[in-house]
Design a protein around this ligand. Structure first.
Ligand code: NAD
Length: 424
């Protein structure tokens, strides 16, 4: 049918995410060749040139310049910041590129709906980087839930703890701190979680309601500053925080004085009680799925890791970071009838010396399957159409948080879409 052919790849936005994907792609020369990249920061494009190992690699100063040329590659990775996905993605689709698009699809739900419609209209592939679906852990979880071992799933509780430092980095000091200008937290961070929930259950979400507030990282709490040295910006110099510095500063291994100088004028050098942040530091979503399955999802700055409780008619399942850390098992299933407990540990199918820890092996797993996702006839599991579901759930939750209304996902979608056929 399609046969195994090498695909050419270009990228717009050469920051953290593109670098990880392109490094992994460069490990599959039989499947991919990296031909071009665009970024206003020339050293980031040059880093991709190095990764590409391609003497004919083309560099561009920005998306406009790259998209001003006729189509340069089979596939375009779009890994710019959230507010600059829609414009390059629309233009690239019209030029005939298939797209690997970083999540969220856009920071604006109208654009999400419009892009999905456009991809559908043009018959192009847009694969959204919901990389957690490509981890061994989530695949096992889904396999167990879909196997019927739990019986019918009646309800669930799920949570994502972002962790205080990570939250401060991204949602107090960083890109997603002012919700009025950025993707809402529940969509920026938790579109993964929304995506996982409807995929694990294999059901459509019908309604959501949500509460959430910014409670801690506020100016009136500056009086508490001395009690929280853990948030001091000089901690970006600590070895175990370099990973965070590297996300926003191009020379994380530079001299201490140079980094301190940069922090002084950078958003990431600000005191966490003196920012202009509005992103909630905790938010709970109530969800109702087809068939009456109900559940809660809680995002908190003050928890760490993802955890799940699925309660079925035959058994209950507990899984996630807490269970792994404190009970030594990834997944614990207790059968109601026998009261017998089974503990499971999932072997990571995507070990990698450098990127194995990134998204629990999700980045590696995603790129391992990318060639197939782009060439097989079937619609990729993380297509833009599937991802539209999670975006409606996430943006619907934010709408509910702001208005206090219960949001019907079908009605919300109908109010946003121009295409008539229903979501499936
Ligand atoms: N899949 C995931 O789990 C995951 C994880 C983290 C981030 N993300 C998302 O990935 C995207 C990129 O995040 P990142 O951390 O790599 O950001 P980043 O800031 O490191 O990279 C973005 C790059 O885009 C470049 N850019 C800006 N304007 C441009 C233009 N006009 N043309 C070309 N390039 C331009 C910037 O210079 C920067 O290098 C974001 O949408 C983010 O939300 C997804």
């Amino acid at each position: 049918m399609f046969g195994k052919r090498q695909l050419s790849v270009a990228a717009i936005g050469c920051g953290n995410r593109a670098r990880v994907y392109l490094n992994l792609i460069s490990e599959q020369p039989e499947n991919f060749t990296i031909v071009a990249a665009a970024d206003p920061v020339s050293q980031r494009v040059e880093a991709i040139r190095g990764i590409s190992n391609n003497p004919n690699f083309l560099s561009f100063a920005d998306a406009d310049e790259l998209l001003g040329c006729s189509r340069l590659a089979d596939v375009l990775i779009i890994a710019t910041q959230d507010n600059y996905h829609f414009d390059p993605c629309t233009r690239a689709l019209r030029k005939g590129y298939d797209i690997v698009l970083e999540k969220p699809i856009s920071n604006n739900i109208h654009e999400v709906v419009e892009l999905e419609e456009l991809a559908h209209e043009l018959g192009r592939r847009v694969i959204v980087c919901h990389v957690l679906r490509y981890t061994s852990f989530y695949r096992k979880l889904r396999e167990l839930i879909q196997s019927g071992i739990l019986g019918e799933v009646i309800n669930f509780n799920a949570s994502e703890g972002i962790g205080p430092w990570h939250f401060a980095h991204s949602y107090v000091r960083g890109h997603w701190s002012v919700v009025e200008n950025a993707t809402p937290t529940i969509a920026a961070k938790c579109s993964h979680d929304m995506d996982l929930l409807h995929w694990l259950l294999d059901k459509k979400c019908k309604r959501v309601s949500s509460f959430g507030h910014l409670t801690f990282f506020k100016k009136e709490n500056y009086k508490l500053n001395d009690q929280y040295p853990m948030f001091d910006a000089t901690r970006y110099l600590d070895q175990d925080q370099k990973i965070w510095l590297a996300q926003v500063y191009d020379n994380p291994d530079g001299e201490k004085e140079e980094i301190l100088g940069w922090l002084k004028s950078s958003d990431w050098g600000r005191n966490v009680f003196q920012c202009d942040n509005t992103a909630p530091d905790h938010q709970t979503v109530n969800l109702e799925f087809e068939g009456g399955t109900t559940g809660t999802f809680t995002m908190s700055a003050f928890d760490e890791g993802r955890n799940y409780e699925f309660n079925g008619t035959k058994a209950r399942l507990r899984a996630g970071d807490f269970y792994k850390e404190h009970l030594g098992a990834d997944i614990i299933i207790t059968d109601h009838a026998s009261n017998r407990t089974t503990r499971l540990n999932v072997v990571d199918g995507n070990p990698h010396p450098k990127f194995g820890d990134y998204h629990n092996g999700g980045d590696v797993g995603f790129i391992k399957e990318l060639h197939l996702l782009l060439t097989q006839e079937e619609t990729p599991p993380t297509s833009i159409t599937s991802s539209l579901q999670s975006h409606l759930m996430a943006f619907g939750s934010e709408e509910s948080r702001k208005t206090g209304e219960v949001i019907s996902i079908d009605q919300y979608y109908r109010s946003l879409k121009s295409r008539e056929n229903a979501l499936d």
